[in-house]
Design a protein around this ligand. Structure first.
Ligand code: SAM
Length: 274
């Protein structure tokens, strides 16, 4: 029988943030594949877990996944952990998971801490729909594309950023965000945990004195959504006149009203021929 690949989430700061199931799995598997074995050893020592470790990181992903897959095929259960949080989320994991699926190996996720989810839920910004963009690219063209996407997105945006690059990122964002809300979440689950819910200009004034790991939660662009909501508060006649004043034809207006109100266009058509 083939072994199981467990994807185990570990704490993002506070060592108490690990599940009982995660501890049991780490004790039961034959091997733990870790992004940084020294970092994982601290966690294992804290929980008195003694297990062979093998390094699995960005620069050896290719070779190491083949070694790990062979072991899995020979029936060994393996736990994959990253330095902090959930493997595969801006951390190694994707590569071996894709290959293991192709080989018919069972993948079992062991849920736990993930920095972006905790930053989002405490931010006070909409959680219904969001886009996680990870780290902004450093390549100028790709970065501009992403910034453009952020500017247009009506969904909440979540960004990871390295502390030493945060100032530049805030400067780039300030150019496109206008009055949108931004929350900087810092040092989650640690002693200096902090949420800065201020104007981006104010965050920029403080940034030189901020240390530790940081995440940005950016409110979605509400301008288009707001116009749509405002229009739907009008009577059908007022709604009609709004588009008429823009110079649209009757047929086009009916189509637009139906789309705004999410109803069948015949319904709107019938209203106007009465
Ligand atoms: N896999 C991790 C997860 O599940 O969130 C993310 C790893 S990624 C390499 C590291 C980035 O996550 C940091 O640059 C920071 O943006 C964010 N991060 C990780 N831990 C954090 C914490 N305790 N507080 C704030 N941000 C954190």
């Amino acid at each position: 029988m083939k072994g199981i690949l467990y994807i185990v989430a570990t704490p993002i700061g506070n060592l108490e943030d690990i599940t009982m199931r995660a501890i049991r799995i780490l004790k039961e598997v034959s091997l733990i594949a870790a992004e940084d074995t020294r970092q994982t050893l601290k966690l294992l020592n804290h929980y008195e877990i003694s297990k062979p470790l093998i390094s699995y990181h960005r620069h050896n992903e290719e070779i190491k996944s083949d070694i790990l897959l062979e072991k899995l095929e020979n029936g060994e259960d393996i736990a994959l952990v990253s330095d902090a949080g959930t493997p595969g989320i801006c951390d190694p994991g994707e590569e071996i998971i894709k290959k293991a699926i192709k080989k018919g190996i069972t993948i079992i996720p062991i849920p736990g801490a993930c920095a972006m989810i905790n930053a989002l839920i405490a931010s006070g910004i909409d959680t219904k729909e969001f886009t996680f963009l990870g780290f902004l690219p450093t390549n100028k063209k790709n970065r501009e594309e992403k910034l453009n996407q952020i500017e247009k997105s009506s969904r909440t945006i979540i960004l990871y950023e390295a502390p030493h690059k945060m100032k530049n990122t805030l400067i780039d964002l300030q150019k496109i965000l206008k009055n949108r809300k931004v929350v900087l979440a810092r040092e989650l689950t640690k002693i200096h945990e902090e949420f800065i819910r201020e104007d981006i200009g104010e965050i920029l004034k403080k940034i030189d004195n901020l240390k530790g790991e940081m995440i940005l939660i950016i409110e979605g662009n509400k301008s288009e959504e707001k116009i749509e909501n405002d229009l739907n508060k009008l009577s059908l006649e007022e709604h009609f006149n709004f588009y008429k004043n823009m110079g649209l034809e009757k047929k086009e207006i009916i189509k637009k009203i139906a789309k705004d109100r999410n109803v069948n266009k015949n319904e709107i058509y019938m209203h106007f021929i009465k």
